[in-house]
Design a protein around this ligand. Structure first.
Ligand code: 1HN
Length: 348
């Protein structure tokens, strides 16, 4: 290209910028890549490194002042302050100390909690409380009031930490965020604990129940039951060469994922498992419930142990290995991709 033409072009591009225009031909291949090129990178957060930061927050700010005392896991592939673990998903670790209340509010973002440590804290959703234990998967549907609390020290309260998973970046991209604070710190309870589970948790549903909500009416999926299902299947050797034994949590009224924007899974890898390599166009956040092993994601290899958190970007090859019998919990943006006809998987 002659320098004359070069100069003319660059002058022209400058004019375009000033007119709020841009040439497609300089960015076509970035805009329409041959396969996903996520900005996020494979990353692991070791719980033993995270925990002291989380506990330190407990000395510096109360749950009430913070509203939610959470440390956000930010993907290093994105600019600091992005509050995103993937381009669509958020992850954070929340601490609630004995005697504290995280005040009631609601928002259009859907939330999941996966309990990492401690017993006895509760979360209230839509007029019902549920008590949290490690390994429990709990949801806060979009636009439902929710508050969390922990019994006082005298009543046996202990620090409780859980992983929060939300669809914040996705909702931000859609400019669909609404939020409201409740007038009371603790919402009015009008159902007894266990009501939702009794109504929907036993492969039965109230006879005239009409499905109006895409989110599961069960808001707590206790670990004991999920684990039992996985172990029963393991004993029957229902082992997939890529996933081990993997189950998806469902909304029992639709058979779909528990939430419309995020799918959640629990899987069991037998000791000595060396999984085959898979890739998928959903981005997935994993946490280790039990066991030890190794995961290869793209060019990164991470050793994992209980409560570590790692993230697999879209379309990067993932391979799981377990030194000990391992249980993993994971969540991804799979239902969104699936609904839009964008879900692709490749199992090598
Ligand atoms: C939220 O409401 C919770 O309810 C946790 O525990 C994390 C992050 C951003 C916005 C709202 C919770 C959140 C959040």
């Amino acid at each position: 290209m002659t320098t004359d033409l070069q100069e003319k072009r660059s002058e022209y591009y400058q004019q375009l910028t000033e007119a709020n225009l841009a040439p497609l031909w300089t960015s076509l291949h970035t805009l329409v890549p041959p396969h996903p090129r996520p900005r996020i990178v494979p990353t692991i957060w070791k719980y033993k490194e995270l925990r002291p930061y989380v506990m330190h927050a407990g000395e510096l700010i109360t749950a009430k002042e913070a509203v939610r005392r959470v440390l956000i896991l930010e993907n290093p592939g994105l600019p600091a302050g992005s509050a995103s673990i993937t381009s669509t998903l958020y992850a954070g670790l929340q601490l609630i100390l004995p005697g504290e209340i995280a005040p009631s509010h609601r928002h259009t973002q859907s939330a999941l909690r996966f309990v990492m440590e401690g017993h006895g804290a509760w979360t209230a959703v839509n007029g019902e409380k549920t008590t949290m234990s490690p390994g429990d998967f709990i949801i806060t549907p979009s636009w439902n009031w929710h508050d969390h609390g922990n019994p006082s020290l005298e009543n046996g309260g202990e620090p409780v930490i859980w992983l929060d998973g939300l669809d914040i970046p996705l909702i931000q991209m859609l400019d669909a965020g609404f939020a409201e604070d409740n007038v009371q710190d603790e919402q009015e309870l009008f159902k007894q604990e266990g009501f939702s589970y009794a109504s929907f948790g036993y492969n039965m549903i109230p006879v005239r129940h009409e499905v109006k909500d895409p989110t599961s009416p069960i808001f707590s999926y206790p670990y004991e039951r999920s684990r039992e299902a996985l172990y029963q299947l393991l004993r029957q050797e229902a082992i997939d060469e890529w996933d081990g034994v993997k189950l998806k949590y469902i909304n029992p009224t639709t058979g779909g994922s528990a939430m419309p924007t995020m799918a959640t899974f629990m899987q069991l890898l037998p000791a000595g498992f060396k999984g085959r390599t898979y890739r998928s166009s959903d981005s997935t956040v994993y946490t280790v419930v039990e066991g030890k092993g190794k995961v290869k994601i793209g060019d990164s290899v991470f050793e994992f142990e209980p409560k570590d958190i790692f993230v697999a970007p879209s379309w990067q090859p993932v391979q799981l290995e377990a030194d000990e019998e391992t249980v993993l919990f994971s969540y991804s943006d799979r239902p969104v991709l699936s609904q839009l006809g964008l879900l692709r998987e490749k199992r090598d």
